[in-house]
Design a protein around this ligand. Sequence first.
Ligand code: V47
Length: 372
Amino acid sequence: MQVLFEDPHLNPIRQKVEAGERLSFEDGVTLYRTHDILAVGYLANLVRERLHGNTTYFNVNRHINPTDVCVASCRLCAFGKRVRDPKAYTMSIEEVWQRAGEGYTEAVTEFHIVGGLHPELTLDWYCEMLRGLKTRFPHVHLKAFTMVEIAYLARRTKIGVRETLERLRDAGMDSLPGGGAEIFAPAVRRIICDHKIDGDDWIETARAAHQLGLRSNCTMLYGHIENDADRVDHLVKLRALQDETGGFVTFIPLAFHPDNTPLQHIGKTTGFADIRNIAVARLMLDNIPHIKAYWVMMTPRMAQIALRFGADDIDGTIVEERIYHDAGATTSQGLRRAELLQLIRKAGRTPVERDTLYRPVQRTETAFTVLV
Ligand code: V47
């Protein structure tokens, strides 16, 4: 017997989802406006299980933020500091290499490396950092630099984005994380991050990366001053680029954390919004394979629920997180592998450790192998 939805406006969307048809812009707005979150979750879970069955992915990773110096001063951010701020930090290259080896004893398979837009660090500096990491940790995937950092480095080096990406790739960059996309709508972007590249340039930089064969993630920052249509517009733009390049691996909806930012008068997002953004993303982004419930941002409790509302990935061990903790996140800095396994199993899902590109990882006490 078919379960009846409380909100009849969702019935045409249900028909499309069941038939595997693409949802329209208007469908996206309807999904954001309905109060029938269980129906939205039911549909998202249908797609999630069609794609991934019961599997939930996680990885053993470490975040590294080489510097918090940033020329951008975005209103959304609590992490970036001016170059002369006494609280700002910039690691030396040796410190980055040392930091990479610290933390949990479990061998990491990924370093997630992002930082501010530093006005003095050169492309050569970043290349040397990457080369040193590859020499010291040859089996670790380097997922490094947002599209915003790439575009800024290209501009400062006075070379094109493509050449910047090529030089970083040749030095060891394996893929790119999804940050810096925020919300593409120009009127919103002007207020929350007016010093960053605009949405078109973010897309253009991602396109250039994908055309070089580099894979990347993508994100959307929600819960600030954007409206339903801005969010759907953002998702539809990501979907269009994915149709063209197929380069996105994972989408991560990011909840705005207001503490210590110039926008701290805006409240925190609700659990309802966090779950809805996971589910709507799963339904709208029919061509992006994975939807990540980033536990640092959502809390492990909500991320666990998200595994039944469209998410198939919970991110990783992280070890040390700064961007969200500077903006008031109360979650722990990292989780042990065993804790991630427990979270996933207690949601009735089957955990699969993955590498950055979602190949399963087989682990013994002291080593890991990526299964291809
Ligand atoms: O680029 C910054 C956002 C991003 C705040 O690719 C904020 O696997 C909320 O991109 N409140 C960094 N968000 C995080 C990120 C990410 C995280 C996990 C996995 C991956 C991946 C990518 O966080 C920034 C920006 O979009 N951000 N400040 C804030 N106050």
